[in-house]
Design a protein around this ligand. Structure first.
Ligand code: NAD
Length: 379
């Protein structure tokens, strides 16, 4: 009989036993997913080879291990980067987080400050690092770049932030990272396109946070309007994360009941006027917040945490992330937000939801706006 000495060996033993379908103790009672989560609880042990479509697990010492599922990298530690890092620290999803910023002291200060919360959360190593530290990160989040000033649109940021991406993405690409690139900086659709082109990563591995935040804002507003839990509201903002975004009301529902029907159940009958006002409030919320407090960061930090959770836990949840379009609604060679199944390999497949004629026209216009900007960018 084999003697198991350390926790680490115990977990490896359990996993091997599980894979051989040996009916021993705990392993027999656990699903593959649960054993996988247990393995990942030990820092640096749960590693995923992204080229293994079967989702194989590799142990820390294995020379083939390429991605440490417990490690995340944050590039950019301003309002959005630090708030996202803070929410990730609290989530317990990762055991290692490297922070990188052009302003090294900023990254160091944020790493210290966020680390001091660790005794109230789960054990985690948080430090300021450099690009050599991101090689094995499962998710590389980019929040670096200028933010919107009052009255400035997201598209006004294009040239500044494409320039910044031209310095960041090649650094990532040359380290042969196998993780998933999550772009948050604005204009997020253009910058996700930029990251895709400059990184040479496969399309599934380059995701923009897209309209995940806008969709949360829509659900929040509808939940408030209808006095119902926003989690019971199923509705998406699609298209550009910006002024041409579309609230896809035609497919919206509350736990399966068409939105207009549910509105009437709650005593609201002015559908056109109410939906117009709600869509406007959602679209303008970033402008309103920026006017009042200079930046938006808590909402996006929660959106970043949710996207990471879906990837790391391979949830295959449907999120309106930004990714490359391939023909749906006649859209090609443009990156924008469309509901998609997201899991450990990033975007698995887009889910083009049913849209009415007006929504399709607006979506095509939104795509055209983005394409015009892309044509203007110097690569
Ligand atoms: N996708 C969304 O839903 C969403 C929501 C809010 C903000 N944002 C965007 O996130 C970005 C960051 O916003 P913020 O409020 O944190 O801005 P910020 O100015 O507070 O922070 C930006 C950080 O990026 C760093 N930086 C600049 N160039 C860099 C480089 N080459 N390498 C590494 N770091 C670099 C800066 O030093 C700074 O710390 C903006 O583009 C903003 O528009 C996106």
């Amino acid at each position: 009989m084999r003697i198991v000495k350390t926790d680490c060996e115990y977990f490896i033993f359990l996993w091997t036993a599980y894979k051989r379908k040996v009916r021993i103790g705990l392993a027999a009672a656990l699903t593959e997913e649960e054993v996988f989560v247990m393995l990942g609880l030990l820092p640096g042990i749960g590693c995923l080879d992204r080229n293994d479509s079967g989702g194989g697990i590799f142990m820390g010492q294995n020379k083939d291990a390429q991605v440490n599922l417990r490690k995340v990298a944050m590039i950019g530690c301003g309002f959005v980067g630090s708030a996202s890092a803070f929410s990730l620290m609290q989530s317990g999803l990762f055991s290692e987080m490297v922070l990188i910023d052009a302003d090294q002291e900023r990254a160091e200060g944020e790493a210290m400050d966020i680390s001091h919360g660790v005794p109230f959360a789960r054990e985690m190593k948080i430090y300021a690092g450099n690009y050599d530290d991101i090689t094995d990160a499962a998710i590389i989040i980019i929040t670096a770049g200028a933010n919107q000033k009052p009255e400035e649109t997201r598209l006004d940021l294009v040239h500044k932030n494409v320039g910044i991406f031209k310095s960041i993405i090649p650094e990532i690409a040359k380290r042969n990272c196998q993780g998933i690139l999550l772009v948050v900086s604005n204009p997020v659709d253009i910058l996700t396109y930029t990251a895709l082109k400059l990184s040479g990563f496969t399309e599934n591995r380059v995701i923009g946070s897209g309209t995940v935040l806008d969709t949360a804002r829509l659900k929040y507003e509808l939940g408030k309007h209808l006095s119902v839990d926003s989690k019971s509201v199923h509705a998406f903002i699609i298209g550009e994360h910006g002024d041409s975004e579309i609230a896809a009301f035609s497919s919206a529902n509350v736990s399966g009941i068409a939105l207009s029907e549910f509105c009437e159940m709650r005593g609201h009958y002015a559908h056109d006027e109410n939906s117009r006002q709600i869509a406007e409030r959602v679209k303008n919320s970033a402008y309103d917040i920026i006017k009042k407090k200079r930046a938006t960061y808590y909402g996006i930090a929660m959106a970043v945490k949710r996207i990471c959770e879906v990837i790391i836990r391979d949830e295959k949840s449907i999120l309106p992330v930004s990714s490359m379009m391939h023909g749906a609604y006649g859209l090609e060679d443009v990156v924008l937000s469309m509901p998609a199944v997201v899991g450990k390999h990033g975007v698995e497949t887009q889910v083009p939801i049913p849209l009415d004629k007006e929504e399709i026209e607006k979506l095509q216009k939104s795509a055209e706006t983005l394409k015009e900007i892309i044509r203007d960018v110097e690569w």
